[in-house]
Design a protein around this ligand. Structure first.
Ligand code: FES
Length: 180
């Protein structure tokens, strides 16, 4: 009997470790829930802000432009569309390239943007300067390879060229590598 009483009384002893008060429990619970909700709101915003910065740059976009069999020694003008992603803004640019193959069969594509002040050059457009690219704005002219002959300080830029399944694909515009 006395044993039972002893057991009974010992079960009501306060535990030795410190118990959490109701106020502490509410503080922790509400704090945790608030932090969870804030994280849910803030993380997408942070991702939205930095995502374009973190996106890796690939080797560039190539666009299918023309079948390789159509390319001749004579420069020909081709236009094509390029989708451009600038941060969150997607646009489509219409670009032009003058494409030819040289005597060894190497295909290259020149940008028509004049290296003087950015007008557009054309092939064989001036009867006094045959077999040349000519800029009507201030008279710059260039050889077939894009080498500057007057007015402009640099040769015409070229596009990166890739041959895939007998199609010519054009990529980024880079400084002229053909003119020595
Ligand atoms: S922009 Fe072409 S010559 Fe000036």
């Amino acid at each position: 009997m006395s044993n039972q009483n002893d057991q009974h009384s010992s079960s009501h002893e306060p535990p030795s470790r410190k118990e959490m008060s109701r106020r502490q429990f509410l503080t922790y619970t509400l704090g945790g829930a608030t932090a969870f909700m804030m994280g849910g709101v803030a993380l997408p915003m942070v991702r939205f802000a930095v995502d374009p910065i973190l996106q890796q740059k690939g080797e560039g976009t190539y666009v299918k432009v023309v079948e390789a069999s159509k390319i001749t020694n004579e420069p020909q003008e081709f236009t094509f569309e390029l989708k451009q992603q600038d941060g969150w803004y997607l646009s489509t640019a219409t670009l032009t390239a003058w494409i030819r193959k040289d005597e060894s069969g190497k295909i290259y594509a020149l940008s028509p943007i004049c290296k003087h002040l950015g007008c557009t050059v054309g092939w064989n457009k001036n009867k006094d300067l045959p077999e040349q690219y000519f800029c009507p704005c201030h008279g710059a002219h260039y050889t077939k390879e894009g080498k500057q002959l007057a007015v402009a300080p640099k040769p015409l830029d070229e596009y990166r060229v890739k041959l895939e399944n007998d199609w010519i694909l054009l990529g980024d515009i880079i400084p002229n590598t053909i003119v020595k």
